[in-house]
Design a protein around this ligand. Structure first.
Ligand code: PMP
Length: 401
């Protein structure tokens, strides 16, 4: 007897839609219906891409040589620029052959897990985590082993916690600093200690450095990949989206040991062939051009960061540590659960976020998208006026301290 097969494979059927993209889509749909919605959902700078990058892309689009495929792993000059940048900024000595150019950092995440994991291999994943990691791990047949760090420890895991969670099946440790969703930044000492732990256990480290240029208060970005003992077992992921306000251009990369990058590039030959030639030229202009626009955007985020944290901390039931990187505030909203709000009593942050969207017309992402309930993520990569208006509305709904 032939069993009827399901219409959707178990592999794809088991993953969930990106919660952050879902919130953003809902907010955009409400806006399209004429609702005045303020969106704190998307992790997307509100600035346009700097002019010199756009010019480079426009020139590239007019040159017929860019109307063709590029090598699957990327344009040689872009791979070279990424290798140089990685050597300089991450302290990981990379050659161009160790670089794979991908369709955004997101594809680099997927490719890294697909290249390293066999079915049943475990990944130590500090939580709150970016919503895509567990799904990418699952797609690769891996198993996520979450290690939660709450606000009382600055949303940063300790080596003791990792020690307690590691098993004989653990192959990879995922490391993200500055973090999405919490904005936490690990200090050089904390980073080195976690790197030593991974090296001693023989783990691979995948480090997502997409927010490397966005730190505040003089806090430095430290790459875990700089630890020489990890050199053969580390994969760096990054991209242009956040640093250069280039989310729509879809350009990211993966850097690591030559054998891993070669295997990942082989996957790419069947998956996407290559990233759009024009986007790669734009990326080259971003990486080799002036840094002033990046600094200007960072300063704007810094101003909004101070503003949003101060305002959030005036709202009843909210407590928000000061984030030192990226562009997210991660609110401990446990104090707002179980109370009467506009006639209903939310008991989870999923319900609270729903209520805030319906009643206050403000989109925020519930902690459930990033790990346990009890938290809300607000991106502050939006205009100052919208930011103030949005927080005022949440305060009106939930009350002041
Ligand atoms: N990593 C992290 C931690 C992110 O927050 C994001 C974007 N939200 C990405 C990777 C992927 O970015 P992109 O695909 O736009 O380059």
């Amino acid at each position: 007897m032939v069993l009827p097969s399901a219409r959707i494979s178990a592999r794809i059927g088991s993953i969930s839609e990106s919660a952050t993209m879902k919130v953003d889509a809902k907010a955009k749909a409400l806006k399209a219906d004429g609702e005045d919605v303020v969106g704190f959902g998307a992790g997307e700078p509100d600035f346009p891409t700097p002019e010199h990058i756009v010019e480079a892309a426009a020139d590239a689009a007019r040159d017929p040589k860019n109307h063709k495929y590029t090598p699957a792993a990327g344009l040689p000059e872009l791979r070279e620029a990424i290798a140089e940048k990685t050597t300089r900024d991450s302290g990981y000595a990379a050659q161009a052959s160790q670089v794979l150019v991908t369709n955004g950092g997101k594809q680099a995440v997927y490719t890294a897990f697909a290249t390293l994991l066999d079915p049943g291999d475990e990944v130590l994943l500090p939580a709150p985590y970016w919503t895509t990691y567990p799904e990418a791990i699952k797609l690769a047949g891996g198993v996520t082993n979450e290690v939660f760090a709450g606000p009382e420890q600055g949303y940063k895991v300790t080596v003791d916690q990792l020690q307690a969670a590691v098993t004989d099946r653990t192959k990879v440790l995922m490391f993200v600093s500055p973090s999405n969703p919490t904005g936490a930044v690990y200090s050089p000492e904390e980073t080195a200690a976690i790197g030593r732990f991974a090296a001693e256990r023989g783990l691979w480290v995948i480090t997502d450095e997409i927010y490397e240029k966005l730190t505040y208060d003089g806090v430095p970005f430290t790459s875990i990949a700089a630890a020489p003992e990890l050199a053969d077992q580390v994969v760096i992921l990054s991209g242009v989206a956040k640093t250069y306000a280039m989310t729509g251009w879809r350009l990211g990369w993966m850097v690591g040991p030559a054998d891993v990058v070669k295997a990942a590039a082989t996957l790419q030959t069947h998956l996407t062939s290559n990233v759009s030639n024009v986007s790669q030229r734009a990326g080259l202009a971003a990486l080799t051009g002036p840094t002033e626009p990046v600094e200007q955007m960072r300063q704007a985020f810094d101003r909004r960061r101070k503003d949003i944290v101060e305002r959030l901390n005036r709202i009843a039931g909210f407590s928000t540590p000061v984030p030192q990187g990226a562009f997210y505030a991660y609110v401990d909203a446990r104090g707002a659960l179980g109370a009467d709000i506009a006639g209903t009593t939310p008991t989870t942050t999923a319900e609270l976020a729903e209520l805030i969207l319906e009643q206050a017309k403000v989109a925020v992402v519930p902690g459930e998208a990033f790990g346990p309930s009890g938290y809300l993520r607000l991106s502050y990569a939006l205009g100052d006026e919208d930011l103030a208006r949005g927080i005022d509305r949440i305060e009106e709904l939930l009350g002041s301290k």
